[in-house]
Ligand binder design. Structure first.
Ligand SMILES: CC(C)(COP(=O)(O)OP(=O)(O)OC[C@H]1O[C@@H](n2cnc3c(N)ncnc32)[C@H](O)[C@@H]1OP(=O)(O)O)[C@@H](O)C(=O)NCCC(=O)NCCS
Length: 161
C-alpha cells in the first residue's frame, strides 16, 4: 500500500467512495453527492495545513483523508478539521490508520496546532481510529443531524499537535 498526495486522476475514485456514504451511510450529513468540481476545489487548495492524501493498493484508490479549514474566521487559522473515507473492501486492515498517520505528520510539519474531527454516531471504527491516532473526545452533540428519518448524534474529538 502506498500513501501519497491525491492527484486529479484520483478524483473520480474519491468521489465514488464519498458518494456511496452520502447515499447510504450516516458518516456524512451531506445527502446529495457533490459534483466533481467540489473535489477539484479541495485538491487545488495548496495553503499550509490543507492536504488530500490517498491510499493506493494494486493501482486502486483504497481510500482518502483530507484536512480542511475548521471555520473561516481568522483566529481559527491554526486549526484544521480532518476526514477519512475508505472503500468498503479496504476497511479494518490498517488503511485508515496509515492515512491518518501521514496526514497528521504533514499537518504537524505545517505548524497546525489543533485538529478537530466530527464523528456521527454510532461509528465504532471511526471512534477507534481517532482514539488510536491520539484524539480525545470533547463531547457529544445530541440529535444534531437528521438523516434517513432519524436523529443522529455527533462526537467531537480533538488532537493537539
Ligand atoms: C472509519 C474508517 C476510516 C476506519 O479506517 P480503517 O482502516 O477501517 O481502520 P483501521 O483498520 O486503520 O483501524 C484503526 C483502529 O480502529 C480499530 N477498528 C477498526 N475497525 C473497527 C471496528 N469496526 N470496530 C471497532 N474498532 C475498529 C482498529 O482495531 C484500530 O485500532 P487499534 O490501532 O487500537 O488496533 C473506515 O472504517 C471507513 O472508511 N468507514 C466509513 C467512512 C467513515 O465512517 N469515515 C469516518 C468519518 S468520521
Amino acid at each position: 500500500m502506498l500513501i501519497r498526495p491525491a492527484a486529479e486522476q484520483d478524483l473520480p475514485a474519491i468521489k465514488a467512495i464519498y458518494d456511496a456514504e452520502v447515499l447510504g451511510g450516516i458518516s456524512t450529513f451531506t445527502t446529495t453527492p457533490p459534483e466533481l468540481d467540489y473535489w477539484e476545489t479541495r485538491l487545488s487548495s495548496s495553503a499550509p495545513g490543507y492536504h488530500v492524501l490517498v491510499a493506493e493498493g494494486d493501482g486502486e484508490v483504497l481510500g482518502y483523508a483530507y484536512s480542511t479549514s475548521y471555520r473561516p474566521r481568522e483566529a481559527y487559522a491554526r486549526t484544521r478539521e480532518t476526514s477519512v473515507y475508505l472503500a468498503p473492501g479496504a476497511r479494518g486492515r490498517g488503511v485508515g490508520r496509515a492515512l491518518y498517520d501521514a496526514l497528521l505528520a504533514a499537518m504537524r510539519q505545517d505548524g497546525v496546532h489543533l485538529v478537530v474531527a466530527v464523528i456521527a454516531l454510532p461509528n465504532d471504527a471511526s471512534v477507534a481510529l481517532h482514539r488510536a491516532s491520539g484524539f480525545e473526545s470533547v463531547g457529544v452533540l445530541h440529535e444534531v443531524g437528521h438523516k434517513f428519518g432519524r436523529w443522529i448524534d455527533t462526537e467531537l474529538v480533538e488532537l493537539r499537535l
